[in-house]
Design a protein around this ligand. Structure first.
Ligand SMILES: [Fe+2]
Length: 238
């Protein structure tokens, strides 16, 4: 059983599935792969759209998915509506930021640009965490492992209170998996998510991929990663 902690499945919401048929196809694939819970994380860019407009679109797109799933007789999975918030100047002052957090938690999935962690980023994070008690889930951590300068990576890997989301697909890479194990050894919370965007080019986690990870790292490692993800979101799903 696997909880997907990062997925784009709402139809025509972002750069995810272009139609509701593709969304339902993704849902079908998720059910076949034994995925049992979803944290839905459409992209949010504060410099392109008001938070209010995003929240309305998210609500309508979710309802559209529910209707289509029902008429296709594909039962919807339990899910949490959240967002993948692009980290940008001024984001810490966005008044509706709480509504983008994972429900029943104080955690907000955020995407950080690759590269140097400037002082303004630290200031925004400090405001979010200390004044508003909002803590980041750092999405797509494997990209930082691959592309960031080691010094920049070390900075992002040592953010206080941060949770790190890793693409389960990336665990096929031995260097990334070692970096993930190092994060865990350092006491960080690591959760998994597919960052799936459609049924074809960037599909959801498949049973085959899960088997590959088990073959490469052993069942206990796979189990540890999935259990940690389930445990992190458990309260939110209750
Ligand atoms: Fe994403």
């Amino acid at each position: 059983m696997y909880c997907d902690g990062h997925i784009h499945i709402l139809p025509a919401m972002d750069n995810g599935p272009v139609s509701v048929h593709d969304s339902v196809a993704m849902l079908r694939m998720l059910r076949e792969s034994n995925v049992h819970r979803l944290v839905i994380t459409p992209h949010y860019y504060a410099d392109r759209e008001s938070c209010n407009s995003f929240l309305l679109r998210r609500k309508y797109r979710y309802q559209e998915l529910l209707r289509a799933a029902r008429s296709a007789s594909v039962p919807m999975l339990p899910c949490l509506l959240s967002a993948e918030v692009e980290f940008s100047r001024g984001i810490s002052k966005e008044p509706l930021l709480e509504k983008l957090m994972v429900p029943k938690t104080r955690y907000l999935p955020m995407n950080f640009s690759l590269g140097k962690i400037d002082r303004w980023i630290v200031a925004e994070l400090a405001y979010m965490m200390h004044k508003r008690k909002i803590y980041p889930i750092i999405c797509n951590m494997e990209r930082h492992m691959i592309y960031d300068h080691p010094k920049d990576y070390e900075t992002i890997a040592s953010f206080p209170y941060a949770v790190y989301q890793i693409g389960i697909n990336a665990m096929k890479d031995i260097h990334i998996s070692h970096a993930v194990f190092r994060l865990i050894r350092n006491g960080k919370t690591v959760i998994c998510g597919s960052n799936a965007h459609d049924p074809f080019r960037r599909p959801p986690v498949t049973a085959h991929l899960q088997e590959q990870i088990i073959e490469l790292h052993g069942y206990s490692v796979y189990k540890t990663l999935t259990l940690r993800t389930n445990a992190f979101f458990n309260e939110a799903f209750s």
